[in-house]
Write a protein of this length. Structure first.
Length: 114
């Protein structure tokens, strides 16, 4: 199973970015896809998750600003990030959980300048 992320970059505070993550390989019908992030010197934290059934959850720090969505036919998950803040700066990792296994993307850098 492979996860390929795209869409990171540099943006000014208040701007928007959209991350995409395409999963390939043996993808089960039931799974959870989501996004984590890790800032320098900090632990990796959950940003948002989305089950194959459509249930979503968000970190409190991004509620109302970020939206996670997915296209099950394409095994792709998206993260629309609006009203970005400098504290959103981090490496963002795509995550897939299915059965008892976890898979991670290589990470994409998001930098928000003030």
């Amino acid at each position: 199973e492979r996860l390929v992320e795209s869409g990171g970059g540099l943006v000014q505070a208040g701007g928007s970015l959209r991350l995409s993550c395409a999963a390939s390989g043996s993808i089960f019908r039931l799974n959870v896809m989501g996004w984590y992030r890790q800032a320098p010197g900090k632990q990796r934290e959950l940003v948002a998750g989305n089950t194959s059934g459509g249930t979503t959850n968000y970190a409190d720090s991004v509620k109302g600003r970020f939206t996670i969505s997915r296209d099950n036919a394409k095994n792709t998950v998206y993260l629309q990030m609006n009203s970005l803040k400098p504290e959103d700066t981090a490496v963002y990792y795509c995550h897939l959980a299915q059965w008892v296994n976890d898979y991670w993307g290589q990470g994409t850098q998001v930098t928000v300048s003030s």
